[in-house]
Design a protein around this ligand. Structure first.
Ligand SMILES: [Zn+2]
Length: 93
């Protein structure tokens, strides 16, 4: 037990770093797996023809036209989320 306590100054930072790495990998992985599952804009329009308006695309859930863009990298890969209800709608590959 005493040996374990003397290791605490080493074990604690290692545990914190492991938790941080886990959190980063987990959040990156969940973003990418969500991105993979989203339809492209063309597929979204095909699936939800009523969501195509003269002013652009709207959300299939709440019909809001306010859409956020989440950029995933500098090459333009992005996900689009409804600003009103938070549903992810489509992606730009
Ligand atoms: Zn919505």
């Amino acid at each position: 037990m005493e040996g374990l306590i003397s290791l605490l100054p080493i074990l604690l930072p290692v545990a914190v770093v492991c938790c941080l790495i886990y959190y980063l990998v987990e959040s990156l992985y969940s973003r990418w797996s969500l991105w993979r599952e989203l339809p492209t804009l063309e597929e979204y329009r095909e699936k939800n023809p009523d969501c195509q308006t003269t002013r652009g695309v709207r959300c299939f859930e709440c019909k809001s036209g306010a859409i956020w863009q989440h950029r995933l990298n500098h090459r333009g890969k992005a996900m689009f989320e409804c600003r009103h209800c938070g549903t992810y709608l489509y992606k730009r590959p």
